[in-house]
Write a protein that binds this ligand. Sequence first.
Ligand SMILES: [Ca+2]
Length: 363
Amino acid sequence: MNRILFTAFIWIILMAPPATAQVFPGDVNNDGIVNNVDLLFLGQVFFQTGPTRSPVDQGISFTEKVLVPWGSTFPNTTIDIGFADCDGSGFIDHTDLEAIEINYNLSHGTPTPTTVDPGQFGVDPLLYFDSTSLPGPIPEQLIALIPINLGTATLPVASYTGISFTINYDPNVFADVIISEIGAPWASVFGLFIADVDKSAGTIEVASSLGPQSPLIDNFGPMLGGLFIIEEDVVGIMGPDVPSNVYLSNILMMDGGLNPKSIVEDTVTIIITDYEITSTNDRVDSSLEVYPNPAEDIVFIKDLNRPILSWEIYDVAGHLLRQSAAINVNSCSIDTHDFSNGLYVLQVKTREGMVQKKIIIQH
Ligand SMILES: [Ca+2]
């Protein structure tokens, strides 16, 4: 009798199906939450191929799908690479990046996100705001152009393959913040990038990965352009020099073996002044027209109410690219045929104050 029971027990153990893992599309590192860290893992295995999931378990909706293990794991982990094939197609590609974007911040079970080591100032490299491009106090409704740099000449980063972090700002002060990649060395043609914006919380969660085809980077310098667009009428600002802090947090940089590297955080203080103090007249933005936008080879500026005295165009890194001579016209045009596709800031000086506009060049 005992022997029969024992045999039955063994049989049950042998015949019981193995515990199957579930894929929640977008949670590439299977830590319970879809966030910017998942992009770092995705970048490591981009373009890899493996077995497809069964048709009922394909797709990127945030419901559990049965994992078909790929049999290989991310470096230094026990996480099967099959988790990166979010849609179950057998090919890791941009649809899987889309799964991160669509399911961002969704969670399952009890998330155990990666803890971040804040690093040690003077020992570890910095991710920091390059405030040298800040001209000083900035009036309401204008744009503060602040590039974000990674590493310095004395403390460069080593073996870079990707980074994720959060930018935190006061949503009552900034109407919008636009982040864009500057390019080499931190971005490659095979690279991946996301910036998830939460305007009510005042956060942007960013991740950038070189992708699998690129060599590791030992370097330092500008990484991202940041346009911090100040509200037209900042609540409570009635006088000059009101400070507002923008800071970085949750920085996770990884090398090619997915080993975290400590990076030190930074804060920049943007000084905002009441618009009325810097202008002798009423607000001037309403009558200035900039078109077309997006533009290809030429941008027109027109202000029938107030003469245009000069204009300047900056890239997202804060570099002055082109400027007019002193003029006094109601309309003019700017040749942009040799500009790269992307976002720029046009700053126009009119007789009654300064106006800034975002322009997009798309050839
Ligand atoms: Ca995750």
